[in-house]
Structures are given as C-alpha cells and as structure tokens.
Design a protein around this ligand. Structure first.
Ligand SMILES: *Cc1c(COP(=O)(O)O)cnc(C)c1O
Length: 368
C-alpha cells in the first residue's frame, strides 16, 4: 500500500465544480485584490473563530507581523516565544526590529513551557507569542495570567490550529490577536498564499487594515509606511467554498488520529499529549522515535511517506544564531527536533491507509 504524505489533488477533485464557479465570480467582476469575496470571507471566518474582526492578508507571516505591530511591538523590544515552531514565528518578531526571546517546550505537549515564561520577562518584554503547534492549543490561561501581571500583550500563532479550542473557546480570540495561515497544506488552505489576523480589539483591527494596504486610509492618502499584505480575490473565493467544510475535515482528521493512537498503543513511540482543556484539530500527527532518519527510510521503503516538523530548532538556525543561544539551551526542543516525525494525515486519507501507516511504524520500532 502507498500512503503519500499529503494529497491536495484529491480534495480539489471533490470541490472542482464549486471552486470553478467561485473563481468565475471573481473573474467576472475583476475583483482580483480584496473585494467582495474577501470581505465575505472575513465575516465568515470571524464568526467561525468567535471574534469581532478578521483582517484577511496574503500569508500567516504577514498576519503575525501586523499583529505584533498592532500591540505596539517595536525595535528594541523583546517577544517571548518557542524555538519549536516554523521559522515564520520568529521572523515576524524580527521584522519589527524586536528580539525573539526563546523558552523551552513542555516535552509532552510540544508547546511553550508556561513555567519558564515568567523567568524570561525583562523590562523590554512587550509580548508573548505562543504557538498552537500541530493543532494543539497552548495552555492559554496561565499565559494570559503572566501577561496581565507584567502588562504584556499576547499574540497567538494559530497558523496550524484553525478551529482548535481552549476551555471551549476557539483559538485566535483568546489573546490580543491571532494569526492564521491558509497555506495550501494547512487545515484550511487556499489555492495560493493567504492568511488572516483575528482580534476583538477594534483599534488593532483598524490599524491592521490600514497597514495591510500601504498605510492607506483613503484612496491615495497614506497615514503610515505600510505593506502590500492584501489577500487576493481568488483566495477569498476559494476559502469561502472550503470554510463550511472545515469542521467536517477536522472531525475526519480526528478519527484518523484516533486510528493512529489505537494502533500505536504499546509501540516504542511517544506521542504529543494534550491537556484536558486543549482541544486539538490534528493538523499534524507527530511521533517521537529513536533513530528517526532510519525509521523514516524504512517507512518510505514500505510506501509510507513522512515529514519532519522541524529538524532544527530556531535558535540554531543561521539567521538567529546571532541571538547568542547555544546548543543545549533548550534541551526539550533539541531532543524533540532529533526525534520528531510527522505521519501522513489529511481528510481524504482512508482508514486503511492510516491503519497501514501506523501498523508499519509499529513493526519498525517494535514494542515498548
Ligand atoms: C505556516 C505557519 C506560519 C506561516 O504561515 P505562511 O502562511 O506560510 O506565511 C507561521 N507559523 C506557523 C506555526 C506555521 O505553521
């Protein structure tokens, strides 16, 4: 059996007629930049997340950047985050001129170790940027408490967690602002680049709207040096077709993840553990194994493709080495990066494929 790591073509095949009609609506109106479809999507996605505002942009990275600017992060400030994430989390901090300050992860959840945040706060700290990694919400209550105590803003990197909940509340509306990515492989993916900032803060939303379009408040009148971060009309139209299916796709991911968990019980692997209050949306199904690269090669030989998210922690990536962190500074992250491996997981996968992938992994790693 072949289990590809991902299969975006299968999803397109099922949506083709609706997508083509949606693209045609945009083309007929020549509403190529922002426009009605994007505006409608903003309303629908805000409602989905349970927030007042959604500002559609051209990537998750742009959403993070605007969110950080929106809470007042500026050059010389510090923003606390995790080095166990996609590079964009730290890049967005650097775009503002602020410095990413890393803390280790809780090895069970792979998310930021809340107990280490307070010790990383300095007079320059402006914000905390937790990541809901692999679709699992970070422990937001204690993070919000630390933020309140030190008067810090909280930006949620929800780029992998569309629809995830913490204590029943959707991510993206818990901190001051949330950032989502609609990169095609995310739980909600566009057919190109896309992203969104979510917030309940009217002023922050208004500023983000201005900054995403060259700081323009009125046609050709500019209030600030802004950016070209606008979402294009085709992406808005595609996302509107896909959003009503997101819950169903997330539910499908969940039942496939259950097959993985059941089949891997007792096998020599560790899994990402979620707290009772953190409802995940199974963006990735990661396992931690010894001799990861050998295990991956054996899986590949037997038709199971895998990924690695991520092989090198951010504090060891070239552009961030100048921050001065040393190997060994974040032992849990470093160990995770050596052992982590992502199994195939997407809604169009069959139960049989999930079972085969899990069973094959089990045979390769053996029993505990
Ligand atoms: C995908 C992703 C981003 C960036 O999103 P883009 O749309 O690719 O810019 C940021 N953070 C995390 C955790 C991501 O997974």
């Amino acid at each position: 059996m072949i289990v590809p790591y991902a299969d975006l073509k299968a999803q397109y095949a099922g949506l083709r007629e609706e997508i083509l009609a949606a693209l045609d609506r945009v083309g007929s109106k020549a509403a190529f930049i922002l426009g009605e479809e994007v505006q409608e999507f903003e309303r629908e996605f805000a409602a989905f997340c349970g927030v007042k505002h959604c500002v559609a942009v051209n990537s998750g990275t742009s959403a993070l950047h605007l969110a950080l600017l929106g809470v007042g992060v500026r050059a010389g400030d510090e923003v606390i985050t995790t080095p166990n994430t996609f590079i964009a989390t730290a890049e967005a901090i650097s775009y503002t001129g602020a410095r990413p300050v890393f803390v280790d992860i809780d090895p069970r959840t792979a998310n930021i170790e809340v107990k280490q945040i307070a010790a990383a706060v300095t007079p320059r700290t402006r914000a905390i940027l937790p990541v809901h990694l692999y679709g699992l919400a970070a422990e937001m209550d204690p993070i919000m408490e630390i933020a309140a105590e030190h008067k810090l803003a909280v930006i949620e990197d929800a780029c992998q967690a569309h629809g995830a909940r913490y204590h029943g509340k959707r991510v993206g509306g818990i901190g001051n602002a949330g950032a989502f990515s609609f990169y095609p492989a995310k739980n909600l993916g566009a057919y190109g680049e896309g992203g969104a900032l979510t917030t309940n803060d009217d002023a922050l939303a208004a500023e983000a709207r201005i900054l995403r379009s060259h700081g323009e408040s009125r046609r050709y009148y500019h209030d600030a040096v802004g950016y070209n971060y606008r979402m294009d009309g085709f992406q808005g139209a595609v996302l509107r077709v896909k959003l009503p299916r997101l819950e169903q796709w997330n539910a499908r991911r969940k039942s496939l993840a259950e097959i993985y968990r059941r089949t891997l019980e007792g096998a020599r692997v560790e899994l990402q553990q979620g707290g009772a209050s953190c409802e995940r949306v199974d963006h990735l199904f990661v396992v931690y194994v010894d001799r990861r690269d050998t295990v991956r090669a054996s899986l590949e030989e037997r038709g199971v493709q895998t990924g690695v998210h991520y092989p090198l922690p951010i504090h060891q990536q070239k552009p961030f080495r100048a921050l001065g962190y040393q190997p060994g500074d974040f032992p849990h992250v470093e160990r995770a990066c050596e052992r982590v491996m992502s199994m195939p997981l997407y809604p169009e996968m069959s139960d049989e494929q999930a079972h085969y992938a899990a069973q094959t992994l089990r045979e390769i790693v053996g029993e505990k």
